[in-house]
Write a protein that binds this ligand. Sequence first.
Ligand code: FE
Length: 210
Amino acid sequence: MPHDTHDDEDHGQAPPSDLALRVKALESLLVDKGLIDPSTLDAIIDTYETRVGPRNGARVVARAWSDLGYLERLRTDATAAIAELGFGGRGGEHMIAVENAPGVHNLVVCTLCSCYPWPVLGLPPAWYKSNAYRSRAVIDPRGVLAEFGVSLPRETEIRVWDSTAEIRYLVVPERPAGTEGWDEAALAELVTRDSMVGAGLALSPRGRVG
Ligand code: FE
């Protein structure tokens, strides 16, 4: 399953998708009728595209890697621990952190729709919302991971977590080897969005996945 088959906007060449056209039509209608203010809409989109995003989650993971006390609080009450760093709100009211470890890998999906921890990861990528990912992540997680370039040892247990409107998950990937003594800011650079969904691993210090 390619990661961004439906991500027309990223390529800038494909015509807008049917969904994008419908959204634009709906937006124009609502603005025309005076039901919404376009500047408010722009502010909301800007918030989730630039201010909120995977960098928030990366800070949480980097703190958990660096501070055992913080990791314990994240395990006990992830919502509160995440709020310590100033992140919370809609889509992050009931957070659970799931930790990867040798022999255990966690993968997050929403089989019903596309529930996603907005305050720490921003907007969900197109593949997360796709039918293919939503159905196959549960049936064949190992196969899905392989398509993301993640090959796990046969004996590694893969735990799949189904997000709901109430509960959202954040994967804490394993801290890469060779990062002893790194500060949080440097560590956060290794934490990718996909690694916090479980569809990837944290980057190695050389920038390679692994
Ligand atoms: Fe959902």
